[in-house]
Design a protein around this ligand. Structure first.
Ligand code: ATP
Ligand code: LTN
Length: 338
């Protein structure tokens, strides 16, 4: 008998009009690489997107756009289970159970909550934002995920998820797999082009700091060419002394597969301008087909919705079994039909 494949699970929120190059290099690209070796579950955490200010008129469109971008980037909705969180009600149901075994103090220590609630102000911060990490734990535990590839910023949420799984199992009986975080490599962090010590983000200060996967590649090329570089002239990777050039080298290397050492050698004695002109071309070549494919997929929203509905069905087949098992262990009166 062959051992079952390990399951991985991850997701990116539909909180902007487009994913950016940081999301692609730091997350989606690595998910695409992993989906053939693992039993993969990818989803769009739209219930998480409404824990902060959001535009009701934009949510559905942004959710479809993220879905199209995942597929255009190489997530295969047949091979992987691919769906929208709000289509699988078990997420909210298990989150409630987890809320009831999470300490108030424990949730208060989550740094993302502290940061976001400080930004929103005490009155604007909601119970939903407070419960963000337990909903995330539910996302993971429902599918008995072994590995969760996420950025460093999510490490604490993963630690909470592990604690909750162990606590539930000890208190009510063994239901959940205790997942491991796979913190994606530090080199996977892409920085803001205008402020190369801050991460490239959907909410950065300058629009020129981020490359949006859906924008006109000509604009992306301009942004690369106007990226802030460092004092000196040498093209060399040194994250501390040369954060701007190092960031460009990381992007160049990940998009072409050429090592940073090889690029340093190729650009020895050349000027920053050479690097930027060449990288702008690399970025345009990368973005153009991705953008075209995304737009093609968006032209047929019914097909996209069909793929997502099929994904939600597959997801529910797993999630409903885990939830029923958890309810059973807790002693709820069995529901008819379960
Ligand atoms: P943003 O800060 O841009 O709003 P995010 O981190 O809040 O993004 P998601 O959209 O859910 O939230 O992120 C999806 C994935 O992309 C996460 O795994 C996150 O770690 C990763 N990611 C986001 N920005 C970068 C970046 N600049 N470099 C590398 N990975 C990133
Ligand atoms: N919080 C994550 C998004 C997210 C997620 C998850 C990631 C929600 N649920 C479950 C992995 C597993 C983020 O902000 N990147």
């Amino acid at each position: 008998m062959t051992a079952a494949r390990q399951r991985i699970l991850s997701g990116a929120k539909p909180t902007a009009d487009s994913l950016h190059l940081g999301n692609y290099i730091g997350a989606v690209r690595q998910w695409v690489d992993m989906q053939s070796q693992y039993d993969a579950v990818f989803f769009i955490p739209d219930l998480h997107a409404v824990t902060v200010d959001f535009e009701p008129g934009e949510l559905a469109r942004r959710t479809r756009t993220v879905a199209a971008q995942y597929i255009a980037a190489g997530i295969d909705p047949e091979q992987s289970i691919f769906f929208v969180q709000s289509h699988v009600p078990e997420h909210a149901e298990l989150a409630w159970v987890l809320n009831c075994i999470t300490g108030f103090g424990e949730a208060s220590r989550m740094t993302q909550f502290k940061d976001k609630s400080a930004k929103a102000g005490a009155d604007a911060a909601t119970l939903g934002l407070f419960a963000y990490p337990t909903l995330m734990a539910a996302d993971i535990l429902l599918y008995q995920a072994d590995l969760v590839p996420v950025g460093e910023d999510q490490r604490q949420h993963l630690e909470l998820t592990r604690n909750l799984a162990q606590r539930f199992n000890a208190r009510y009986g063994n239901v959940f797999t205790v997942p491991d975080a796979t913190i994606l490599k530090a080199t996977a962090k892409i920085y803001d082009l205008q402020n190369p010590t801050a991460k490239m983000s959907k909410t950065g200060e300058s629009p020129n700091g981020a490359i949006q996967l859906l924008e006109d590649p000509k604009i992306a090329a301009k942004r690369i060419k106007s990226a802030v570089t460092d004092a000196g002239t040498e093209i060399r990777f040194d994250a501390d002394a040369k954060p701007g050039v190092s960031n460009l080298l990381t992007i160049y290397s990940t998009l072409t597969g050429r090592s940073v050492a090889e690029l340093e050698e190729a650009y020895a004695g050349k000027m920053y301008g050479h690097l930027k002109v060449d990288l702008a071309e690399v970025v345009v070549d990368f973005l153009t087909p991705l953008r075209n494919r995304t737009n093609e997929l968006l032209e047929d929203p019914a097909e996209l919705d069909r793929l997502l509905a099929r994904g939600a069905e597959r997801a529910r087949a797993i999630a409903s079994v885990t939830l029923a098992n958890a309810y059973d262990k807790m002693g709820f009166l069995p529901r008819a039909g379960r």
